[in-house]
Design a binder for this molecule. Structure first.
Ligand code: ATP
Length: 287
């Protein structure tokens, strides 16, 4: 009925802080506004407004900035089922017609549920990592993976299948925005484009906090380490590179505590702590 209350698509205990995503608050808020907000309202209200839900979005940006992390964590926020995450190249198959069938199969469960339950169906999220592997500009040369126009066409026709998609949200991810077939990016298809860029200084502090949380909580980070200062020294680092920096620093701490002549006889395995000197070595090592 029109009186129906909000549809609870989010877990009641959902807490942004716990998602372990640093420096992407604005991007996350945009994603939720564009793709999820309308789905909280009763279908009758959406009918009154005469709009359709967004069917698809594209997250794009350099490697290691948290695109996959966001995709995975969206599942944590939602009450509904786990998103299906597929890797672009995986969908491709050397047998003629098999790739198209793989794409059809991805949508099948959601389509069947919609046929049975209509608007009562849960939201199905399908995430395509490296979507550029499938959706390169059509007409560009057929490469060794057998990418062909018919795969792009199959995906487009699935996205355009009107009714069936009220319960589907497609999220594509790519490092190569420039390579994507424009037809895929039009309104009604992957229409919302969210750039996931390199973190700014504040974002880097958040990411450093996330990836040193356990060692701080267990008092294994020396007091001489300033995360703020590390953030200023890691300009142009991605989140993944910051995580790598922490891992490298930790390896230097391990190194101080072992006997390199005989790895089976560590000097001190109990009192390991990661300090600023370890981070200095790590900064020289990575990037
Ligand atoms: P690619 O385009 O190469 O697939 P991506 O943008 O999907 O890269 P992720 O796989 O999400 O990058 O990042 C790799 C890892 O780096 C994450 O699992 C996480 O540990 C860390 N990381 C990246 N970005 C962030 C971030 N913003 N906050 C916290 N950790 C991050």
């Amino acid at each position: 009925s029109r009186r129906a209350t909000a549809r609870s698509i989010f877990r009641p205990d959902f807490n942004f802080e716990e998602l372990g995503i640093g420096g992407l608050d604005k991007e996350f808020a945009n994603i939720f506004r564009r793709a999820f907000a309308s789905r909280v309202f009763p279908p009758a209200i959406i009918e009154d407004l005469g709009i359709n839900h967004v069917k698809g979005m594209l997250l794009y940006g350099p490697p290691g900035t948290g695109k996959t992390l966001i995709a995975r964590q969206i599942g944590q926020c939602l009450r509904a089922r786990e998103p299906k995450i597929v890797n672009g190249p995986e969908v491709l198959n050397k047998y003629v017609g098999q790739s198209e069938e793989n794409i059809r199969n991805l949508f099948k469960e959601a389509e069947d549920e919609y046929k049975k339950l209509g608007e009562g169906s849960q939201l199905h999220i399908i995430i395509f990592d490296e979507i550029d592997a499938i959706c390169k500009t059509r007409g560009s040369t057929r490469d060794s993976t057998g990418v062909s126009d018919s795969i792009v066409n199959q995906l487009l026709s699935k996205i355009d299948g009107v009714d069936a998609l009220n319960n589907i949200l497609l999220i594509g991810m790519t490092n190569r925005f420039d390579m994507l077939d424009e037809a895929l990016l039009r309104p009604g298809r992957l229409e919302v484009h969210v750039e996931i860029g390199l973190p700014d200084e504040n974002g880097r502090v958040q990411i450093l906090n996330i990836h040193t949380k356990r060692m701080r909580d267990s008092n294994r980070l020396e007091n001489d380490v300033s995360l703020q200062e590390l953030a200023t020294r890691t300009k142009n680092f991605s989140g993944a590179e910051i995580e790598g920096l922490v891992r490298s620093a930790t390896s230097w701490a391990f190194n101080r505590n072992i006997n390199v002549q005989d790895l089976t006889k560590p000097k001190d395995v109990q009192n390991i702590k990661v300090g600023q000197a370890d981070f200095d070595l790590a900064l020289n090592e990575v990037k």
